[in-house]
Design a protein around this ligand. Structure first.
Ligand code: CO
Length: 214
């Protein structure tokens, strides 16, 4: 514990800083959360969800895993989506990947790192699906960046394909799925323009996002 004393000091400084701006911040927050957004991002320590979009605690519901993957058999991710959509009634689900993603890179190079390889098989599948398009990009870094984008695009589609989101859309709820990518080099987010508020819209934005050149 002694070794981590600085984290507790940081925590006290952080609360003091917040309370100086808003004395009732924690009183209000402890009563309820009402975030409008669900963020599905990478576990990477360089992509802190609320910080990069300038949101405070309570404003962003967050799920993170290695390489921001959404699979229909992941009870953890599905539970987060279900709670966010049906209980918190978020209006936006944002899948955010990032360039230089270690998980995507490991899949791209076929690295063998242990159990994580099995998780990253999902990214390998995306790479195989788009092998022809990726082989047209001679520069390896650019191809890797494109795979990071293709991964986000696919995961956004996977969000839209969950029974949770499909049923919310069938009920006529206002819910939009987005795909963004974060650049570690400049700290900026880019919209991959796959945003959709219905299944039909998602299939057309998906086709458009695949052919978009950036
Ligand atoms: Co990553």
């Amino acid at each position: 514990m002694k070794d981590l004393a600085h984290l507790f000091r940081n925590n006290r400084a952080w609360t003091a800083n917040i309370l100086a701006k808003d004395p009732f911040f924690f009183d209000r927050l402890s009563r309820q959360q009402s975030p409008k957004y669900l963020w599905i991002g990478c576990s990477d320590s360089r992509v802190p969800a609320n910080e990069i979009v300038g949101l405070l605690p309570g404003e962003l519901f967050v799920h993170r895993n290695v390489a921001n993957i959404v699979v229909q058999t992941d009870l953890n991710c599905l539970s987060v989506i279900q709670y966010a959509v049906e209980v918190l009634h978020v209006e936006h689900i944002i899948v955010t990947g990032h360039y230089g993603c270690g998980g995507v890179q490991a899949a791209f190079h076929g690295l063998r790192l242990g159990l994580i390889d099995d998780w990253l098989r999902h990214v390998e599948d995306i790479m195989r699906k788009h092998a022809a398009a990726l082989s047209m990009i001679p520069d390896e870094t650019k191809a890797l960046n494109r795979l990071c984008e293709l991964n986000v695009i696919q995961q956004a589609v996977n969000v839209g394909e969950t029974t949770i989101v499909r049923q919310a859309w069938e009920r006529g709820e206002v819910l939009t799925v987005h795909g963004w990518i974060y650049d570690l080099n400049d700290g900026l987010l880019r919209d991959l323009e796959i945003s959709a508020s219905s299944r039909e819209e998602l299939s057309s934005t998906y086709m458009r996002a695949l052919t978009a050149s950036r």
